[in-house]
Design a protein around this ligand. Structure first.
Ligand SMILES: NC(=O)c1ccc[n+]([C@@H]2O[C@H](COP(=O)([O-])OP(=O)(O)OC[C@H]3O[C@@H](n4cnc5c(N)ncnc54)[C@H](OP(=O)(O)O)[C@@H]3O)[C@@H](O)[C@H]2O)c1
Length: 208
């Protein structure tokens, strides 16, 4: 492929996506708040093929950046540093990590940020277990939601490279990816996910 993916957060989701993308031939840069031998060991073993770099280097040299950090940490990021790339927001508000009343994402609707919501509804274990080549008989679907059609298409190509059938949705349908939404914890094929989208479409609903 020859594409480059930047990943912020070398935890469970970040290292899993790094591993799959690197094995699909993507150039993967991963950065984490933690530095030192332990995180180097984790990346080199769990996400071999990805390069651990500093946050600024990853952000400035990646055309697509996956946010794989706790939801409430997104508000610590400098939006100016995210403005040049397509940003995949995979973060979910999670009670244990983010408390009962997490604020709305500061990136949503922010001018200059090319935001795409994807991967939120899939657990890292499912990514590892169910990645399959294109055309496999029951390939799991992963939703890609944004009103930026070009950015959405690029993320869909990444999802396909990771081993999943992308289902592209407009921004209005992004709530379907919520952690308590209709895709969460379900191994749906592209056809099944498309049917859920049709059944769930409600024009007035916006949760991100
Ligand atoms: N786990 C899943 O299966 C899954 C699936 C879909 C979506 N998600 C979402 O993906 C996000 C990450 O989940 P996870 O399970 O991978 O979490 P995790 O295992 O806790 O990993 C998060 C990593 O991000 C680092 N980090 C925190 N703030 C950072 C910052 N500002 N800059 C750079 N690195 C930072 C953390 O370092 P410290 O530990 O030092 O803070 C940690 O290494 C969450 O929002 C979650 O809701 C997770």
């Amino acid at each position: 492929m020859g594409d480059r993916l930047g990943i912020l957060g070398a935890g469970k989701l970040g290292t899993t996506v790094a591993r799959l993308a690197a094995s699909a031939g993507w150039d993967v840069l991963i950065a984490d708040a933690r530095t030192g031998p332990m995180i180097e060991l984790i990346v080199s073993t769990v996400a071999s093929g990805a390069r651990l770099v500093g946050v600024d280097e990853m952000l400035t040299s990646s055309g697509i950046v996956l946010l794989a950090i706790p939801y409430s940490h997104v508000s610590d990021l400098d939006p100016e540093k995210l403005a040049h790339a397509i940003i995949i927001d995979a973060t979910n508000p999670w009670l244990e990590a983010d408390g009962a009343n997490p604020p709305e994402s500061p990136l949503r609707g922010r001018p200059g940020i090319r935001l795409v919501r994807s991967l939120n509804h899939v657990a890292y274990e499912e990514l590892l277990a169910y990645a399959e080549p294109a055309g496999a008989p029951f390939r799991m679907a992963v939703a890609v939601a944004s009103d930026d059609v070009e950015a959405r298409g690029e993320v869909a190509a990444l999802v396909d490279a990771l081993g999943f059938d992308p289902v592209e949705l407009d921004g209005r349908s992004a709530w379907l990816l919520d952690a308590n939404g209709p895709f969460f914890g379900r191994r749906l094929s592209k056809g099944e996910m498309t049917a859920v989208v049709s059944a769930s479409r409600r024009a007035d609903r916006l949760t991100w």
